[in-house]
Design a protein around this ligand. Structure first.
Ligand SMILES: Nc1ncnc2c1ncn2[C@@H]1O[C@H](COP(=O)(O)OP(=O)(O)O)[C@@H](O)[C@H]1O
Ligand SMILES: [Mg+2]
Length: 179
């Protein structure tokens, strides 16, 4: 099992980036009233054909050369199943991929969420050519973070500029207090 949910997010997003995605959407919903944590990651990378998409949930499948096992997807699926949730992967070659997963919020084996603010910041800043959207929702509140919008405001200043990183750190601290 991975340390936390954020480690899963980073891992699944790494697949999107390897697949050449230019847009990556990460939605996280944490609902105490429905006792559910759900996660959706979709991308417009190269996608997979039907056969590959079926195989990647198998822990002994990977298209990476030099390593025989791909583990990121099977690990996430395993965590979801252990925690009374569900897992679906849908992909279309040439279009993109979407992974939807849920967990029971009160399940004793549910890993902690982890450092969400750091995860959002690191992914956004270290992949400036990719448009990231993060939707974070609870029963009371929601928050939307979109790097394309941020880049418009920055007006040419790179997102990895130290001053921008400082600003984004504060911005995320202030707006993600609720999670
Ligand atoms: N978003 C994606 N777009 C296209 N292919 C993907 C995507 N996610 C996973 N794959 C394919 O599924 C394989 C297995 O992924 P994963 O379980 O994370 O293991 P690994 O990344 O170590 O290969 C990848 O090697 C890749 O071929
Ligand atoms: Mg992977």
């Amino acid at each position: 099992m991975m340390d936390d949910i954020c480690a899963h997010i980073t891992d699944i997003v790494a697949n999107s980036l390897s697949a050449g995605a230019k847009n990556v959407l990460v939605s996280i919903e944490l609902s105490k009233t429905r006792n559910i944590l759900s996660l959706k990651i979709s991308d417009n990378g190269k996608g997979m054909d039907k056969e590959t998409a079926a195989k990647v949930v198998d822990p002994f499948y990977s298209t990476k050369t030099g390593r025989k096992v791909g583990l990121g997807i099977p690990l996430l699926k395993g965590t979801a199943e252990t925690c009374g949730g569900s897992f679906t992967l849908s992909s279309n070659a040439g279009v993109g991929t979407e992974i939807e997963v849920s967990f029971l919020l009160d399940h004793p084996d549910l890993p902690p969420l982890g450092k969400l603010k750091d995860t959002i910041l690191i992914l956004s800043v270290s992949n400036p050519e990719v448009n990231f959207s993060f939707k974070i929702k609870t029963d009371e509140r929601d928050f939307f973070f979109d790097t394309e919008e941020i880049n418009k405001i920055l007006d040419g200043l790179p997102i990895h500029d130290p001053e921008v990183i400082k600003f984004l750190t504060n911005y995320l601290d202030e707006n993600l207090e609720f999670i």
